[in-house]
Ligand binder design. Structure first.
Ligand SMILES: *[C@@H]1O[C@H](CO)[C@@H](O)[C@H](O)[C@H]1NC(C)=O
Ligand SMILES: *[C@@H]1O[C@H](CO)[C@@H](O)[C@H](O)[C@H]1NC(C)=O
Ligand SMILES: *[C@@H]1O[C@H](CO)[C@@H](O)[C@H](O)[C@H]1NC(C)=O
Ligand SMILES: *[C@@H]1O[C@H](CO)[C@@H](O)[C@H](O)[C@H]1NC(C)=O
Ligand SMILES: *[C@@H]1O[C@H](CO)[C@@H](O)[C@H](O)[C@H]1NC(C)=O
Length: 231
């Protein structure tokens, strides 16, 4: 079975940042895709990009022993990049195309934990996830299944995994997707957005694997994925 991966972080936390110029903006990835993909590969191996990387040792000198939720880390001693957290470092070499992830949301104000959170009157929000930007999205705006597309042939098989890369929890698993029609796949776990909010800026990763044959989802795998302790 050949595996190919496409990887995209969306960072989820407390504030919506402004959009910065990026090699992976819609305009730039259309005119120079290679530049965007090179940027993703570099970021994938950057162990200073997220909280569980090299910043972790200074942020959490007690390595989680303080019971601070910001310090909960299943790999406290590794100063991870995405590459070391999930794969052998060479896995990213097979990245060869762009995975477009777009969230569409209606804004609103809501009350939680005794506070009213307002979104500055923002009503409709479209988020074209840019894997190279430091934009931070709130859980509210990424709660619905995004529109996910990629270039493919109709007879290809793909598996899409959405994963909370910080706390290492599966947020969606679709297997045996034909072409890029997500609805054609077997839904092992439906996408759900972040539940814990306002702890820290935490990246979510979208991984797409191409495979030459359909894969079988075993009962054992289902049990792990659907375990409520890991949802
Ligand atoms: C595209 O990239 C160029 C330089 O690489 C940058 O100056 C420009 O702002 C980018 N455009 C967008 C829309 O991000
Ligand atoms: C949210 O609150 C802001 C500020 O009070 C207000 O301008 C906006 O209209 C509110 N939006 C909604 C959807 O209620
Ligand atoms: C998702 O995006 C594709 C490509 O831009 C578009 O053709 C399709 O209509 C979108 N689907 C939804 C449900 O918005
Ligand atoms: C679709 O298949 C053709 C023929 O095998 C191949 O050349 C092309 O790269 C494929 N396209 C994608 C997007 O995988
Ligand atoms: C998947 O399961 C079916 C039915 O048990 C079996 O025929 C097939 O060979 C299996 N495929 C793989 C890739 O294991």
């Amino acid at each position: 079975m050949t595996l190919k991966i496409w990887i995209f972080p969306v960072i989820v936390a407390t504030s919506v940042a402004t959009v910065l110029a990026s090699p992976c903006s819609m305009q730039n990835r259309t005119s120079n895709l290679l530049n965007c993909i090179t940027g993703i590969k570099t970021r994938f191996m950057d162990n200073d990009a997220f909280w569980f990387g090299s910043q972790y040792a200074t942020r959490c000198p007690l390595k989680g022993a303080s019971y601070d939720p910001k310090c909960t880390n299943l790999r406290p001693d590794t100063a991870d990049s995405f590459g070391t957290r999930f794969f052998q470092s060479s896995a990213i070499d097979s990245l060869d195309r762009y995975l477009s992830v777009r969230f569409e949301s209606i804004g609103r104000n809501y009350t939680g934990c005794g506070t009213t959170f307002t979104w500055d009157g923002k009503e409709r929000v479209n988020i074209d996830v840019d894997p190279l930007s430091d934009d931070v999205e709130t859980p509210w705006f990424v709660r619905n299944t995004p529109n996910i597309t990629w270039s493919s042939n109709a007879t290809d098989y793909y598996t899409l995994i959405v994963y909370d890369a910080g706390y290492m929890i599966c947020h969606g698993l679709y297997v045996n997707v034909r072409g890029n029609d997500l609805s054609s796949g077997q839904v092992v776990k439906e996408y759900h957005g972040p539940k814990r909010s306002f702890i820290l800026q935490n990246p979510y990763i979208f991984l797409l694997f191409k495979h030459s044959q359909p894969v079988n989802v075993t009962a054992e795998l289902k049990n792990v994925i659907l375990n409520p302790n890991w949802s």
